[in-house]
Design a binder for this molecule. Structure first.
Ligand code: HEM
Length: 123
């Protein structure tokens, strides 16, 4: 059994940074979900960096700043359909491929993210 966290397995802070930076460039160009995001994406990237760090087993950076994640609730203002959840995950898959993350790790990350992505569907 692998007893390291996903955070450790993927290479910690620098990898999460790369994922987030690559992911939002792709998201911004995606016609299905790009328009939901503000033009200045930097604050969203920072929050996502804090959140994914914690979500993958690193230090609880998001909660230290923003309290309980309540991620489904935080997505309620946005119309999230099944198609948009799919698009979000495809953008993430593209980002993980672009940064050359190991394929087994890609599958683990996508599997872990697909739970919340489909759980956030609200429309
Ligand atoms: C299912 C498709 C998804 C869509 C369409 C979506 C869209 C959005 C949008 C529009 C925002 C707000 C941006 C702003 O501040 O104006 C946001 C925030 C955020 N999303 Fe998503 N999201 C999705 C899935 C996810 C998933 C799967 C995760 C992580 C597991 C996630 C993590 C976050 C985080 C951490 C924030 C910042 C929350 C905060 O304001 O503190 N999102 N998302």
């Amino acid at each position: 059994m692998e007893d390291r966290t996903i955070y450790e397995m993927i290479g910690g802070e620098s990898t999460i940074r790369k994922i987030v930076e690559t992911f939002y460039l792709i998201v911004q160009k995606n016609p299905m979900i790009g328009p939901l995001f503000p033009e200045d994406i930097t604050p969203v990237m920072e929050k996502q960096y804090l959140f994914l760090t914690q979500f993958f087993g690193g230090p609880p950076l998001y909660s230290e700043q923003y309290g309980h994640p309540m991620m489904r609730a935080r997505h309620i203002p946005f119309e999230i359909t099944k198609e948009r959840a799919d698009a979000w995950l495809i953008c993430m898959k593209t980002a993980l491929t672009q940064i050359d993350l190991d394929e087994n790790l890609q599958s683990i990350l996508l599997e872990r993210l697909s739970g919340p992505a489909y759980h956030f569907i609200n429309s």
